[in-house]
Design a protein around this ligand. Structure first.
Ligand SMILES: [Fe+2]
Ligand SMILES: [Fe+2]
Length: 191
């Protein structure tokens, strides 16, 4: 969500809370035994809970079903998930472009590092789909670099679009293509 959209949603929530407060005061004029103000107080109390639930859904969470069965690769995937969550937090709360660019640079660097580690493992394990898989990695770097340049230089993509792309690509890739080399990892030790 962009900073402007965040600002608008915060304004809407503030207006809603203010409106509920006024309704509560007016409700108590009907008498303390009237259920309306108490009901409205209940609604105000659950707003932060609902808000936290909505925000939490934007973040990626590691799930054991994502495991490819090799600790080094799982650790890389967990780290990438964490970095994308960091980007999500930064894009949600900060207007500091430098900080977002720093996270993007680190994310790209670590993704490249992870891809080369994964490709070496696929090679060592004799995985026959390595060429196809390497093409997907290359494509991902190309796509994400395009998005980042669009955000950084041409302002044609937003940081939210970059984050959404990274989130869906990573989860789909871990759960799809990365799972395909799993049966060939039998002879590779966990390191
Ligand atoms: Fe991969
Ligand atoms: Fe991977």
């Amino acid at each position: 969500m962009s900073t402007i959209t965040n600002g608008i949603s915060m304004l809407i929530v503030s207006i809603l809370v203010l409106f509920l407060f006024v309704m509560i005061v007016l409700g108590f004029m009907l008498g303390f035994s009237h259920p309306l103000p108490w009901l409205l107080i209940g609604i105000i109390l659950i707003i932060p809970f609902i808000h936290n639930k909505i925000v939490a859904k934007r973040f990626l969470q590691w799930n054991d079903s994502y495991s490819v069965g090799l600790d080094s690769i799982d650790d890389d995937h967990k780290k990438l998930l964490g970095m994308i969550n960091q980007l999500q937090t930064a894009s949600h709360y900060t207007t500091d472009d430098k900080m977002i660019e720093h996270i993007l640079d680190e994310l790209i660097d670590y993704t490249k590092y992870h891809f080369s580690r994964e490709e070496k493992i696929m090679q060592d394990s004799g995985y026959p789909g390595i060429e196809e898989h390497m093409k997907l990695h290359k494509e991902m770097i190309h796509q994400v670099t395009g998005f980042i340049d669009g955000y950084r230089l041409h302002k044609t993509s937003t940081i939210d679009e970059v984050t959404q792309f990274l989130k869906s690509w990573l989860i789909n890739h871990i759960n799809g293509s990365d799972k395909e080399y799993m049966p060939y990892l039998k002879n590779i030790s966990n390191s």
